[in-house]
Design a protein around this ligand. Structure first.
Ligand code: C2E
Ligand code: CA
Ligand code: CA
Length: 417
């Protein structure tokens, strides 16, 4: 026996735009079709709420039979509707749990079918999904992670690492990107891809991002006080943070409290964030630029940038994604793309920095194409504060020893690996 939950895609839009009469007619017709589809097999169709329906399909031999039965129901549901002289088509998603494999109580089967439905709705190419025990595990694991992130924020277990950025014309250290790490008491240092996505989903990225901004600005202040060369710090801003109404105030407060020079703070945004909502985005970018901070487009080339937009945005720097840098050594296409991005950026009066530079060959090719700056393991990995400070001091010395002034000079020896 299978329990199936159904979600009618686009129903709310139709209801809102064409009126409740049409909405009600659609619900009645869907109910009729579902009832008809299950009547032959002795199944049950029910309306749970709003546009949510559920079915009980009994006496199915195996999972293949369940799939076939659900497909038949789906065919009936997605047939075009004729109401008030218009033809409407709804898409529908189906979540399935199976008795007794996925539970032996009604509530449990229904809950698991809903969990399966929830997963399907997140996959645009699929319209049916079976419950999988790993799902409930993933959910509980996520909940645990969410709680641990909150605790770690409260207990100060996050830390910023800094990765050096150098200018290609003379290999001077000009900046650093701040990259968050979680120093877990038991698990050691955890990389951001393990927790940033969950922080983003749960909204915890907003307080986390505020902490990153404040910490990076305080760090800059401290370095300036210690007489370190005047470095620019890049801070990553996530999509959720970017849409948060307080972002401009948060950035302004961090600058005011630490008294740093605003143009030494560079905010890294991604293409998808910039392209989302034209006018609102433009206003926000202008407000940020007015604070005096600089703006970069991170992972450039991986999203879909509209050139018309790019031209209007007050963006200072394009960060060429690692993927293109990786292709530089062994691929003519890679070279063409990198070259095109650099030319494009320069023609829009933007600077370029290449990410993920690991080899001298890559650096040389980038220099040849006129790229302004590089960042990557070739120069140095992201480092904890204390190690970054000694790196910066030694690096400066090594550039000087290499004779940074003059023809072809300045390439540091023996740093960064
Ligand atoms: P990203 O902004 O593209 O950061 C660059 C990533 O590339 C970093 O990974 C860095 O360690 C890595 N990388 C740098 N040079 C090289 C290289 O030569 N070769 C290779 N293979 N990798 C290199 P990381 O630190 O693990 O950060 C991953 C992502 O996490 C970042 O990608 C960024 O999207 C996100 N992230 C990190 N810190 C923050 C933060 O404070 N806030 C937000 N919102 N996101 C963050
Ligand atoms: Ca970045
Ligand atoms: Ca990047």
């Amino acid at each position: 026996m299978a329990v199936v939950t159904i979600d009618l895609e686009g129903f709310t839009t139709i209801n809102d735009s064409l009126g409740h009469d049409v909405g009600n007619a659609l619900l009645r017709e869907t109910a009729r079709r579902l009832g008809q589809a299950v009547s032959g097999s002795g199944g049950t169709a029910a309306r749970l709420a709003g546009d949510e329906f559920a079915l009980v399909l009994p006496q199915l031999k195996d999972l293949a039979a369940v799939s076939r039965a659900v497909e038949q129901v789906r065919d009936a549901v997605i047939k075009p509707f004729l109401t008030h002289g218009t033809e409407l088509t709804l898409a529908a998603d189906f979540g399935v749990s199976v008795f007794p494999r996925d539970g032996d109580e009604a509530q449990e089967l229904l809950r698991n079918a809903e969990m399966a439905l929830h997963q399907v709705k997140r996959r645009p190419d699929e319209h049916m999904g079976f419950f999988d025990a790993a799902m409930s595990f993933a959910v509980s694991e996520r909940l645990t992670l969410e709680r641990s992130i909150k605790d770690a924020l409260r207990d100060g277990h996050f830390e910023l690492f800094y990765q050096p950025q150098v200018r290609l014309s003379d290999y001077r250290l000009v900046g650093a990107e701040a990259l968050i790490r979680w120093r877990h008491p038991e698990l050691g240092v955890i990389a951001p891809d393990k927790f940033v996505p969950v922080a983003e989903e749960t909204g915890l990225i907003v307080p986390m991002g505020r902490w990153v901004l404040e910490t990076a600005c305080r760090q800059m202040r401290r370095w300036a006080d210690q007489g370190l060369p005047n470095l620019r710090i890049g801070v990553n801003i996530s999509g959720r943070q970017f849409r948060d109404a307080d972002l401009v105030d948060t950035v302004a407060a961090a600058i005011a409290e630490t008294g740093i020079e605003p143009d030494h703070l560079d905010l890294e945004l991604t293409e998808s964030m910039l392209m989302a909502d034209g006018e609102a985005t433009l206003k926000l970018l202008r407000a940020l630029a007015e604070l005096g901070v600089t703006l970069s487009i991170d992972d450039f080339g991986t999203g879909y940038s509209s050139l018309a937009y790019l031209k209007r945005f007050p963006v200072n720097t394009v960060k060429i994604d690692r993927a293109f840098v990786r292709d530089l050594d062994h691929d003519e296409d890679g070279r063409v793309i990198a070259n095109a991005i650099i030319s494009l950026a320069h023609s829009l009066s933007m600077k370029t920095i290449a990410e993920g530079v690991e080899t001298e060959v890559q650096a040389a090719l980038l220099a040849k194409h006129g790229c302004d700056e590089i960042q990557g393991y070739m120069i140095g990995r992201p480092l904890p504060v204390s190690e970054f400070v000694s790196f910066a001091k030694n690096y400066d010395a090594s550039v000087r020893n290499g004779g940074a002034v003059g023809e072809g000079a300045g390439k540091p020896q023996g740093v960064g690996s």
